[in-house]
Ligand binder design. Structure first.
Ligand code: PAN
Ligand code: ZN
Length: 188
């Protein structure tokens, strides 16, 4: 008899951890984040094996399938590289028409958004805050708090990730700790 518990998937709503299903887990250490932070000397002086963030992804259909949805839980450790907060690499969706939802669960962060005209802004991401990432918008998240930041995400299975555009040109502004306040500073 199917009790309804088989393959049950749960999200621990206090930590954001995804439980009970085969999920893909990706860990990004400081070593993996070459070229992401402004202060490369500061990054290289740190323990490169230190985890900056990890992502659990649930993929019920193959990557690239039309009509499916993926679910991801991201955990960003607190910390800084120079005056920049620990953050995700950031990406456009490979299919620029694809959008996404983020929901904050724990900690305090900033969702940094850049449109295709390279206009950058940010929204405070915290427990209960819901964010719609529109099409044609690059996105990355920085942990601006003192504890682990976790957020949930849902996006189309055919969105894909374009990291190359960000690796090549970055965002037009960086979120930096200026006198203790997270401040978007335009790149020179
Ligand atoms: C998220 C991100 C996740 C990690 O699931 O992939 O937060 O960030 P990077 O992919 O930029 O390393 C998402 O936006 N998916 O589309
Ligand atoms: Zn995305």
């Amino acid at each position: 008899m199917d009790t309804g518990t088989k393959n049950k998937i749960t999200v621990d709503l206090s930590t954001g951890e995804l439980l009970g299903s085969p999920v893909q887990n990706t860990v990004r250490t400081l070593r993996d984040l070459q070229g992401i932070f402004r202060d490369e000397t500061a990054r290289l002086a740190m323990d490169l094996d230190q985890t900056v963030y990890s992502v659990q992804v649930l993929m019920p259909v193959p990557e690239g399938s039309r009509g499916g949805l993926f679910w991801g839980n991201t955990f960003i450790q607190p910390g800084t590289v120079g005056d920049e907060y620990f953050m995700t690499k950031g990406h456009f969706h490979a299919d620029r028409s694809r959008s996404e939802y983020y929901l904050g669960l724990a900690g305090k962060g900033a969702l940094i958004l850049m449109d295709e005209n390279r206009r950058t802004r940010f929204e405070i991401l915290e427990r209960g805050s819901l964010h719609y990432i529109p099409p044609h918008t690059a996105h990355r998240v920085a942990n601006i708090g003192a504890s682990v930041l976790s957020f949930l995400a849902c996006w189309p299975s055919d969105a894909g990730h374009d990291y190359q555009a960000i690796a090549a040109e970055g965002f037009s502004a960086r979120l930096r700790n200026v006198n203790g306040a997270p401040t978007l500073v335009e790149e020179a």
